[in-house]
Design a protein around this ligand. Structure first.
Ligand SMILES: Cc1cc2nc3c(=O)[nH]c(=O)nc-3n(C[C@H](O)[C@H](O)[C@H](O)COP(=O)(O)OP(=O)(O)OC[C@H]3O[C@@H](n4cnc5c(N)ncnc54)[C@H](O)[C@@H]3O)c2cc1C
Length: 411
């Protein structure tokens, strides 16, 4: 058993880990950094639909190069179970949500380019390497790794845990814990050719009984220059049938594809995974072990989107390392932690609504307008509240009636 010494070890080369590696390289701390990932190459096979608002990519310093864009997103269509077929509920540029919508990223191109930048900046990357555990020894940390050549351990001053939802390191250090079934969504997705059955720059979200406590989606995409669609669904592990038996997400997916035969095509590839829809803790580090991205539950409890928070956590981790101050990590991430905790309350409101109330809410979202220049993906929440109140929908009343009040305010 050999042992090497690194200043920083990043576990996981997804959005959070690669963002941390690049950010360290950009501030001249690439040398002495090791990034390990169990996947054979950056971003492949994909683990995400990878839809993201371009706002975040620009703001966080990771603009997407043309080869990293699988498709542009120029509008969102919202469909609620029970809508009349002719109902077209569209969020389009010019509305509050959509002055500049975003992209579906090609995960391997986007992460591959950033990984090359990190390597050029001195970061050492080991693919096919599984971090099995980490422990504190005196003032440093020992990380045990299973590499293609066998077991090894490395010694480091900082552990940046970006190992995704399943990561054991954050749990081992008591930063996070297993989530309740209601706050763990199972996502399933197939990729199929788009032969004209869906617009090439639109996302459609399907709410209501197709995916209880979740939603189904169709995102535009492309493979080798040809238009594709990413058709998927997410429901929590807590969904049960009337006899109390848990219902697998695959059952809902089958039903959804039965209702929409235009998407029921042989899959080019399939993917799936757990999407944490809990709220992040206020403290996301223990000593010099920092928890990033999905490992720290920074995912949006309302939408399941976690890429921009993962990227932001990578940037914040590098800043904490630069400042030699682990507590600077949460300070940098404050706005994201606060927003995701607030969205957890909103998740309870949404889950407490009847299908008619969901319909009313979606209608209100479509009608929202924000003053020019004041847009950020987070300002829309305040506007949404104003619009809902104006239409007689009172979130507090929904919480009381549905019994979700204490769940919303606990913690
Ligand atoms: C089906 C699905 C669709 C989604 N769609 C979207 C979307 O459209 N937009 C959006 O914003 N978010 C989406 N999300 C959520 C988003 O994918 C995650 O929030 C985001 O990928 C989190 O990034 P991360 O780097 O924290 O974790 P991950 O992307 O999960 O990356 C973790 C990395 O760590 C590696 N790893 C794990 N354990 C170890 C270990 N022990 N040793 C070494 N390496 C390890 C993995 O190989 C992986 O590369 C989706 C999630 C799912 C499941």
């Amino acid at each position: 058993m050999s042992q090497q010494v690194f200043s920083h070890v990043i576990v996981g080369g997804g959005y959070a880990g690669i963002a941390a590696a690049v950010s360290l390289a950009r501030i001249g701390r690439g040398y002495g950094t090791l990034l390990v990932d169990r996947r054979g190459r950056a971003g492949y096979p994909p683990t995400s639909t990878s839809g993201i608002a371009s706002y975040w990519l620009d703001r966080l310093g990771f603009p997407a190069s043309p080869d990293a864009i699988a498709a542009p997103i120029r509008s969102f269509r919202l469909v609620v179970h029970g809508d009349p077929p002719e109902k077209l509920r569209l969020l389009q540029p010019g509305t509050s949500l959509a002055p500049n919508l975003g992209y579906v990223l090609q995960e391997h191109s986007f992460l591959g380019r950033l990984e090359r930048e990190a390597i050029d900046g001195g970061v050492e990357v080991w693919h096919g390497t599984h971090a099995e555990s980490a422990r504190k020894i005196g003032d440093v940390y020992e990380v045990s790794l299973r590499t293609p050549n066998g077991l090894t351990t490395v010694i480091t001053n900082w552990v940046l845990d970006a190992g995704g939802y399943d990561s054991r390191i954050s749990r081992r250090f008591g930063i996070t814990r297993e989530l309740p079934d209601e706050d763990r969504h199972n996502g399933l997705e197939i990729s199929i050719p788009n032969t004209g059955q869906h617009p090439v720059d639109q996302v459609t979200l399907y709410l209501g009984s197709w995916a209880p406590s979740g939603y189904a989606w169709v995102f535009p995409s492309s493979e080798e220059g040809k238009p594709y669609l990413r058709v998927g669904i997410g429901t929590p592990l807590s969904v049960r049938d009337p006899r109390g038996v848990p219902v697998a997400v695959s059952k809902y997916f089958k039903k959804f594809l039965g209702d929409f035969p235009e998407f029921n095509r042989p899959a080019h590839h399939r993917m799936g995974g757990v999407i944490p829809t809990y709220r992040p803790n206020r403290k996301l580090h223990r000593g010099r072990v920092l928890s990033l991205g999905d490992a720290s539950r920074l995912t949006d409890p309302l939408t399941g989107g976690g890429i921009h928070q993962a990227l932001a956590s990578g940037v914040a981790a590098a800043k904490a390392v630069e400042a030699s101050n682990p507590s600077a990590y949460e300070k940098e991430l404050k706005v994201f932690i606060h927003e995701m905790r607030t969205r957890y309350v909103w998740k309870q409101v949404l889950l407490g609504m009847t299908e008619d109330e969901v319909r009313l809410t979606m209608d209100a979202l479509v009608e929202m307008r924000l003053p020019e220049g004041k847009f950020s993906p987070y300002t829309m929440r305040r506007e949404a509240l104003r619009h809902l109140r104006a239409r007689g929908l009172r979130p507090l009343k929904v919480l009381w009636r549905s019994g979700r009040f204490w769940r919303a305010i606990a913690g």
